[in-house]
Design a protein around this ligand. Structure first.
Ligand SMILES: Cc1cc2nc3c(=O)[nH]c(=O)nc-3n(C[C@H](O)[C@H](O)[C@H](O)COP(=O)(O)O)c2cc1C
Length: 183
């Protein structure tokens, strides 16, 4: 059986979200998928992928702009694919709090037909923090690497299983054009 090609794209400022994306990629590969893990700013064309996982770091309750731009520029192609979203954010006392999708991301996710973004805890450390505010926050109670690798891998394993399930049957999105069925 042909393995499906999966894009795991991430938007990061200080690298924590890239690490989560790599872990998702490793897990999917262990499920037999062919995976590219890429900075979303470097992705131009998604037509060669069967499924897309997109994650962004959260800053001041927003996604990074390159992730939002990717969604808005690829709505039509994403609608035809299986898409999963995540964001990486909470640190310190908020570590277990699911974060709301920013309004613009929620609208785009709805257009694409993707389920809401899952929240993964993040990392904020003096060694990797960039910018005055980040460096200041990184020395207080928010400081640390809170990424939950077991949670990340379990989520990716579910995605791997879902992609495998659609390899056995034909994957039809509801918005598949009608001429697809005509000879
Ligand atoms: C200035 C600043 C603002 C942040 N705002 C949020 C936020 O609104 N929500 C959240 O969950 N995390 C927030 N965080 C935490 C980061 O999202 C977290 O450290 C994340 O894992 C960083 O990802 P990155 O290393 O990929 O950039 C903020 C961090 C900084 C430094």
């Amino acid at each position: 059986m042909m393995s499906k090609k999966v894009l795991v794209a991430y938007a990061t400022k200080a690298g924590a979200t890239a690490g989560i994306a790599e872990a998702i990629g490793d897990e999917l590969r262990s499920h037999g998928q062919t995976v590219d893990v890429l900075d979303v700013a470097r992705v131009n064309d998604i037509t060669s992928y069967d499924a897309v996982v997109l994650g962004s770091a959260l800053y001041l309750r927003r996604w990074r702009r390159e992730a939002v731009r990717f969604l808005s520029h690829n709505v039509d192609e994403l609608r035809k694919r299986q898409v999963w979203l995540f964001h990486s954010g909470p640190v310190g006392p908020d570590v277990d709090q699911d974060q709301a999708m920013p309004a613009a991301v929620r609208r785009l996710a709805h257009e694409i037909g993707a389920t809401p973004a899952v929240t993964f805890a993040g990392r904020l450390e003096p060694e990797t923090a960039t910018g005055f505010l980040a460096r200041r926050l990184a020395t207080g109670s928010l400081s640390g690497d809170f990424r939950d690798w077991a949670k990340v891998r379990a989520w990716a394993a579910d995605i791997g299983a879902a992609i495998q399930a659609t390899q056995r049957s034909t994957w039809h999105r509801p918005n598949q054009p009608a001429d697809y069925y005509l000879g």
